[in-house]
Design a binder for this molecule. Structure first.
Ligand SMILES: NC(=O)c1ccc[n+]([C@@H]2O[C@H](COP(=O)([O-])OP(=O)(O)OC[C@H]3O[C@@H](n4cnc5c(N)ncnc54)[C@H](O)[C@@H]3O)[C@@H](O)[C@H]2O)c1
Ligand SMILES: [Zn+2]
Length: 265
């Protein structure tokens, strides 16, 4: 990692580069892979979280009912790890994309808050956030930027708080799904970065973009289902590919017209 990929090395036609640079609306769907280079482990595959931990105990409503103490200890640990980690170049390029496109959203499956820390403003957190706690009784949500101290944390009403994240078997919030679907349908380009794209409804978002006539550009360390229908699949580390891609955008005329500000990484 940390290799400086040359912009010219990207397997992307000039025509696609021009269409990506000239688009008015875009979105990025991200998964655990976008934060991998920040040192936050992904879920599936070798070294993934679910290889080491039992998701039934830690990431289901049943698991929480049976042992809230254990679940909270695990989330406290993850909060501490996420706080120690920093956004990587992929998060920063995504934050800069927001300044280029007239309409832009980050649709993330991650709960780590890294996109916001890198400077993204319009972020739809499909699976919630580890930095929000929700009362199990009245649904009151509290925001925090530090790991929980008392375990389990309690609401003002005396009931227990839970992480405001979507666990296995739970539905996503309807508002969130609607906002994400709207963004996907109106995107002329969707970048799909570091997601295995097997968890629905998130995995349906690039299909919505594709069916609405938009381009789908995948960035992943390995092929996924998205690879079969993407307009381009750039294989490699997000923290190397995205900066190279963005460098190449800067060379196009349409980009320069609309993006006179040149960031300095
Ligand atoms: N509620 C829960 O606790 C829980 C449990 C499991 C999954 N989920 C949700 O399912 C979602 C879907 O999983 P996912 O796709 O985010 O994670 P994932 O672990 O399934 O996939 C990670 C993807 O990132 C790619 N990748 C790894 N390192 C990369 C890098 N440096 N650059 C580019 N790509 C890289 C991998 O090839 C893989 O395709 C999760 O984000 C999570 O929100 C939630
Ligand atoms: Zn309460």
């Amino acid at each position: 990692m940390g290799r400086d990929l040359r912009a010219a090395d990207l397997d992307l036609s000039e025509d696609l580069v021009n269409r990506i640079a000239g688009a008015r609306s875009a979105s990025v769907l991200t998964g655990a892979g976008v934060s991998a280079e920040s040192g936050i482990p992904t879920f599936r595959g070798a070294g993934g979280i679910w290889e080491k931990y039992d998701f039934r105990k830690l990431a289901t409503p049943q698991g929480f009912r049976e042992d809230p103490q254990l679940v909270w200890e695990w989330y406290q640990l993850r909060q501490r790890e996420m706080l120690k980690a920093s956004p990587n170049p992929a998060h920063y390029v995504i934050a800069d994309m927001e300044r280029h496109y007239q309409e832009f959203s980050v649709l993330t499956q991650n709960i780590d808050g890294m996109h916001e820390r890198a400077g993204s403003n319009n972020v739809v957190e499909l699976h919630g956030s580890i930095w929000r706690l929700r009362c199990v009784r009245d649904g009151l949500v509290t925001q925090t930027d530090t790991p929980v101290e008392e375990i389990p944390p309690l609401c003002q009403c005396g009931s227990m708080l839970r992480p405001d994240v979507v666990w296995f078997g739970e539905p996503l919030s309807e508002d969130v799904v609607e906002a994400a679907s709207r963004a996907a349908a109106s995107s002329e380009v969707m970048f799909v970065v570091g997601t295995s794209a097997v968890v629905y409804p998130a995995a349906a978002l690039p299909i919505i973009t594709k069916n609405s006539g938009g381009l789908v550009i995948e960035v992943n360390a390995e092929p996924t289902d998205v690879t079969t229908y993407a307009d381009a699949s750039l294989m490699g580390f997000a923290g190397e590919i995205l900066p190279a891609l963005w460098k190449r955008m800067r060379r196009t005329e349409s980009f320069m017209k609309e993006h006179p500000f040149i960031p300095n990484w």
